[in-house]
Design a protein around this ligand. Structure first.
Ligand code: ZN
Length: 240
């Protein structure tokens, strides 16, 4: 899902003949999927911490070998050191300085979409390849990489849908999805809908290949929004 990012710290341009860029009217997509990330940067010279917010519609996490969603989210919020050609322009020092930066979740969305970055550009092959590492994911998820001022940071999410890419590479293949509805897992494959018996059978959806090794995108819904969320997930086309 493409994210319409904007910097919340950006002020509208006024007073010099320019008109402010109109913000798009919020839609049900914003209400359901939109969260806010905050990027915190600490200047290593003056220790000043500055933060900048940006909207997100999904969290895009890197995939490593033998990993888990928890680990992916931890890496997402790892501290990054800005140095050399990538120094940070510190307003307090009025110069470029080395700094440490990390991303944390400030506003948790009603439905959390996690995008596993399985199509990776490999320089030695001069093309994108599919990263098929196994990624373990839980049926219940609580985000731990939230900011100190996050609202409702203990929000608990239930897994309600998984999008899976079947195929060897980014240029070919087929997408299927598994969606939870009324306690049952339904497998959608074009016009075919199969009933999966229960959660334990999730791993057997694709014989010989654990589902966790191939899923591309996961949707977690906040437990407090379970009923309305499931309706939305199942009846997207009927909503304006
Ligand atoms: Zn500074």
């Amino acid at each position: 899902m493409p994210a319409e990012r904007h910097q919340s710290s950006t002020k509208p341009k006024m007073g010099n003949g320019e008109t402010p860029t109109p913000q798009p009217e919020p839609t049900w997509v914003h209400e359901i999927f939109q969260g806010i990330l905050t990027s915190e940067t600490r200047c290593l010279n003056c220790e000043t911490v500055s933060s900048k917010d940006e909207d997100f519609f999904d969290l895009q996490v890197d995939v490593d070998q033998n990993t888990s969603i928890t680990h992916c989210l931890k890496c997402f919020s790892n501290t990054e050191t800005l140095c050399s050609d990538n120094k940070f322009k510190c307003d307090h020092c009025s110069s470029y300085q080395e700094a440490q930066k990390r991303m944390r979740v400030k506003k948790l969305p009603m439905i959390l979409a996690l995008h596993l970055k399985r199509f990776k550009y490999m320089e030695q092959y001069n093309r994108h390849i599919k990263v098929s590492h196994r990624v373990v994911f839980p049926l219940e998820l609580r985000l731990f990489n939230t900011s100190d001022d996050a609202v409702n940071p203990d929000r608990l999410y239930d897994l309600v849908a998984v999008v899976i890419h079947c195929g060897s590479g980014p240029n070919r293949g087929h997408y299927i999805s598994i969606v939870k509805s009324h306690g049952f897992w339904l497998l959608f494959d074009d016009d075919m809908v199969d009933l999966q018996v229960d959660q334990e059978d999730m791993a057997d959806v694709v014989p010989g290949s654990p589902i966790s090794s191939i899923c591309l995108q996961e949707f977690y819904i906040s437990t407090g929004a379970l009923i309305s969320g499931l309706r939305v997930m199942g009846e997207c086309s009927s909503l304006g």
